[in-house]
Design a binder for this molecule. Structure first.
Ligand SMILES: [Zn+2]
Ligand SMILES: [Zn+2]
Length: 102
């Protein structure tokens, strides 16, 4: 497990996503969420889960990369939406920092 986290710290995300540890926990998350997109479900819709998302991004919290509670099963569309939103938040934060500085 620690070597997996080491891959992330070193920026080797591909190795992480190809590890059997990830496959195992990913399968567990899918089973837990009934192979269903959890964001669609919240909106009262059904879509099969296609991706497993890290609520706290692996880059930021490598220690949570294999924690079931940090995983959320989503369809590709919802997964893209989540990441678009995260990107925008990050951009706003960057902008804020820049404006603060100048
Ligand atoms: Zn969805
Ligand atoms: Zn994600």
């Amino acid at each position: 497990m620690s070597s997996i986290i080491q891959h992330i710290i070193e920026g080797n995300l591909l190795k992480f996503y190809k590890s059997k540890e990830w496959f195992q926990i990913r399968a567990e998350a899918l089973r837990r969420d009934n192979y269903e997109c959890q964001m669609c479900k919240e909106k009262g819709k059904y879509h099969k889960a296609e991706n497993v998302h890290h609520i706290n991004e692996v880059k930021h919290r490598p220690d949570l990369s294999l924690t079931l509670d940090n995983l959320l099963c989503l369809c590709i569309r919802c997964h893209n939406d989540v990441h678009d939103r995260l990107d925008q938040q990050q951009k706003k934060k960057d902008k804020f920092i820049n404006e603060e500085r100048w």
